[in-house]
Design a protein around this ligand. Structure first.
Ligand SMILES: *[C@@H]1O[C@H](CO)[C@@H](O)[C@H](O)[C@H]1NC(C)=O
Ligand SMILES: *[C@@H]1O[C@H](CO)[C@@H](O)[C@H](O)[C@H]1NC(C)=O
Ligand SMILES: *[C@@H]1O[C@H](CO)[C@@H](O)[C@H](O)[C@H]1NC(C)=O
Length: 349
């Protein structure tokens, strides 16, 4: 080969090499991809809220694809976050929390990076404080006259989020029919209040307040006693003199609103007699004896109502039932009676 031919050949070779190199480089560059959220991942759906209960587990992840494979870094409230507690683990870019604490609350930002691009997403993790046992106040026993309204009240003082639901155990009248407890609605917007308007004898019975949160339910009972309304026109108003004994018979008869149970008080009979009024009569002794007998009967009846199949045992109510059922309220224990559960869930959802 003559030297004059070598030069053009080398030039062609060089040009070809450069072309080849650039084409290859471009091809490689074309293979690279900026990070992108994986389809159906929470960041892709913008589901940033994570409301959890204390003691449960949580998992925060930012699944993304890209070329080269993107790295994941985490920040909590703006600062780089490295799990320190043993119950928090960072594995393959995923944050795993166990036994969540209130201190875990915060905004967790993942930064997903590769040489081509960058993505970030922030989870707002809220940890709801564990409140258990519930401190339930009410309901109180009530005694009202037929036709009046009865109002039960019940509240969990240590957990305003607790759900309040009401249940009435069947009374002796209803026992013959359907012995299943009936679920009642509290006043709309104020579930802590159960209002029974214009009570009748059939409203007599045991009412249960069910206060529940994520960690369990507490059940408290109260009785509604209904006094009959009558049309008799005499009432006995006993005025107790300070010196008289309990056997005092000083009475003044007035033409006031009356009842067959002849409830009277040391003051005067009012439209709404108080529950604690003493019961008296002229022939007190005889009456008292009769009363005692009635009371005994009544008690027996109540005990009959409280037969086991109609009562959900307290200990089953009060079980601490922490479980992995997120965002649900354990308003009713697993009594095996699915009907009860179903009915209740229908009512509370
Ligand atoms: C977390 O994010 C929410 C919503 O963007 C914001 O309201 C809140 O102040 C943030 N909390 C902190 C501690 O940065
Ligand atoms: C309510 O009445 C029931 C049945 O009469 C009784 O056992 C219970 O002690 C009463 N509760 C209160 C707080 O008075
Ligand atoms: C209360 O109930 C009785 C009997 O069911 C009925 O006759 C009466 O009209 C009711 N009163 C009110 C104020 O609803």
């Amino acid at each position: 080969m003559r030297p004059t031919m070598l030069c053009p050949a080398l030039t062609i070779f060089l040009v070809l090499s450069i072309v080849c190199f650039t084409v290859n480089a471009n091809k490689k560059k074309a293979d690279k991809k900026a990070p992108e959220w994986k389809a159906d991942s929470r960041p892709s759906r913008n589901e940033f809220e994570e409301n959890k209960h204390e003691g449960t587990d949580a998992e925060l992840s930012c699944p993304a694809k890209g070329q080269p494979k993107p790295t994941v870094e985490w920040f909590k409230d703006g600062d780089p976050f490295f799990p320190r507690a043993e119950r928090i683990e960072l594995k393959k870019g995923v944050l795993h929390f166990q036994d969540l604490k209130i201190s875990d609350k915060g905004n967790y930002t993942c930064v997903v990076n590769n040489e081509i691009g960058r993505l970030e997403f922030t989870y707002v993790l809220d940890v709801i404080e564990k409140v258990w046992p519930l401190n339930v106040v009410g309901p109180n026993n009530l005694t009202v006259y037929e036709g009046q309204d009865a109002e039960f009240f019940c509240r969990a003082t240590n957990d305003p989020r607790a759900r309040i639901t009401w249940l009435k155990k069947p009374n002796e009248i209803e026992l013959t029919g359907n012995p299943r407890p009936a679920y009642l609605q509290g006043v709309p917007g104020t579930p802590e209040v159960l209002l029974i308007q214009n009570v009748t004898h059939s409203d007599v019975g045991q009412y249960t307040c069910m206060a529940g949160n994520y960690y369990g339910s507490k059940y408290q009972d109260a009785w509604l006693v209904v006094l009959p309304r009558t049309t008799t026109t005499t009432t006995t108003t006993t005025t107790m003199k300070p010196t008289t004994t309990s056997a005092a018979t000083t009475t003044t008869t007035t033409a006031k609103r009356t009842t067959t149970t002849t409830i009277s008080s040391t003051t005067t009979t009012t439209r709404q007699p108080s529950v604690t009024e003493k019961i008296k009569k002229k022939d007190k002794d005889r009456k008292k004896k009769k009363e005692r007998k009635d009371k005994k009967k009544k008690k027996e009846k109540k005990n009959r109502i409280k037969e086991p199949e109609n009562v959900i045992p307290e200990e089953r109510y009060n079980e601490d039932r922490t479980s992995d059922l997120d965002h649900s309220y354990h308003m009713f224990p697993d009594t095996g009676k699915t009907n009860d559960n179903t009915l209740l869930y229908m009512l509370i959802t």
